[in-house]
Design a protein around this ligand. Structure first.
Ligand code: PLP
Length: 406
């Protein structure tokens, strides 16, 4: 079982030995009867293997964990009730007060706000560093280095192997949030990264109907993450949601191939359009991370395409977005259906205007999550909406200041 398409279907699952059911069942239960007190005691002291209570472990979530570990090439996985719960369990399980988390931005807004919010409040230090001064940016206090593959929403790429090498020399653990790439396109553990996280809410679920998260890596690192995440924070994934993610994973490789193909066509269409100033997609030869993407990503460049409209201001972005008929305006991403959003007003509205400017998130920026619909229909939709932008009145010229008048 070496091909990812085979693993996606079979890893972690097999027909039920008692009933013969070919689909993994939803073990919709809180606790598991242990029969005799002696057996119960053996389960709790971990002398015997088995289930006790679903916050700590459940057959459906265990099947999902085994499948995810196989797909990422990791030893084990732990699944949580949200990507955000995976992040907080990882940080609070691994980092002590006084130690530091370093990150290469930009990051998913919720991750950065957790670092700068609760984590700092509990005495964990936080440092934003840049690829250029990685060596200087990691100190003796640095415990974790956090990155995303690629970053949201402008799809910058970090060199995983180079980062893992530097961090390992300094004794720093590396974490890659692999939500955007999924194991179909990038397997960070193979590049030397220590732990992978996911918001399964996005591509892994793929159908916009379940929230969940995961951490994948070696068992020795996962043990404290589970202890904090399940026992103290209670962020365990419910069995029904685990079933939806197991089901989603079976078609992940097929869906990712369709997302990549559609996004490539959409990106090429946008590049040639007169209403578009700039397109961000790692598959475009002009993208600053293109050469790295060719080395680091396999099978495609992902399903997210961001671009800037030429016409300045939020009104033009609204005219475009409000005209879309196939794309749905919503945050989130990775669904079979195409989604569009205005990061400055939604996903990145909680960070300061200066931070937005630093990350290149202007009023003209649009993020598309390209679904698996036929790309001709998507392109026709984008084309008619871009046409509307051209027909909206140009914004009134900014009133000249007194100085300019004199
Ligand atoms: C959505 C997202 C998260 C947070 O996941 P939730 O499931 O919404 O808690 C974390 N990282 C990235 C890159 C995301 O896109």
């Amino acid at each position: 079982m070496t091909d990812i398409r085979t693993q996606a279907v079979h890893a972690g699952e097999r027909p039920d030995p008692v009933t013969g059911a070919i689909a993994t069942g939803i073990a919709q239960t809180t606790a598991f009867a242990y029969g005799t007190l002696d057996h119960g005691a053996a389960l709790f002291s971990q002398e015997a293997d088995g289930w006790t209570y679903s916050r700590w472990g459940n057959p459906t979530t265990a099947a999902l964990q085994a499948k995810l570990a196989a797909l990422e090439g990791g030893e084990a996985a732990a699944v949580f009730g949200a990507g955000t719960a995976a992040t907080s369990a990882l940080v609070l399980g691994m980092v002590q007060p006084g130690e530091e988390i370093a990150f290469l931005g930009p990051l998913y807004g919720g991750t950065e706000s957790f670092f700068r919010g609760l984590a700092q409040r509990l005495g964990i230090r936080v440092a934003a560093i840049s690829d250029g001064d990685l060596v200087a940016g990691l100190s003796d206090a640095t415990r974790l280095l956090w990155i995303e593959t690629p970053t949201n929403p402008t799809l910058r790429l970090h060199d995983l192997r180079a980062i893992a090498t530097v961090a390992r020399e300094k004794g720093v653990l590396t974490v890659a949030d692999n939500t955007f790439s999924t194991p179909c396109l990038t397997r960070p553990l193979e590049h030397g990264i220590d732990l992978v996280t996911h918001s399964m809410t996005k591509y892994i679920g793929g159908h916009g109907d379940a929230i969940g998260g995961a951490v994948v890596g070696p068992e020795r690192l996962l043990a404290p993450i589970r202890q904090v995440g399940f026992n103290h924070l209670g962020g365990s994934l419910a069995p029904h949601a685990a079933y939806l993610f197991l089901r989603g994973l079976k078609t992940l490789p097929l869906r990712m191939a369709a997302h990549c193909e559609g996004a490539t066509r959409v990106a090429s269409f946008l590049v040639g359009h007169s209403a578009v100033r700039q397109v961000f997609y790692p598959g475009l030869p002009g993208h600053p991370g293109h050469a790295l993407a060719r080395r680091q990503m396999t099978g495609g460049f992902g399903g997210i395409v961001s671009f800037e409209l030429k016409r300045p201001g939020r009104a033009a972005a609204a005219a475009f977005l409000d005209s879309l008929e196939v794309f749905v305006q919503a945050v989130s991403l990775g669904d079979v259906g195409s989604l569009a959003c205005h990061p400055a007003s939604t996903t990145h509205s909680f960070i300061s205007a200066e931070a937005r400017a630093e990350q290149g998130i202007c009023d003209e920026l649009i993020r598309l999550s390209v679904g698996i619909e036929h790309s001709d229909d998507l392109i026709a939709d984008l084309d008619q909406a871009l046409g509307r932008v051209a027909r909206t009145a140009a914004p009134a010229a900014a009133p000249a200041s007194a100085e300019q008048l004199t």
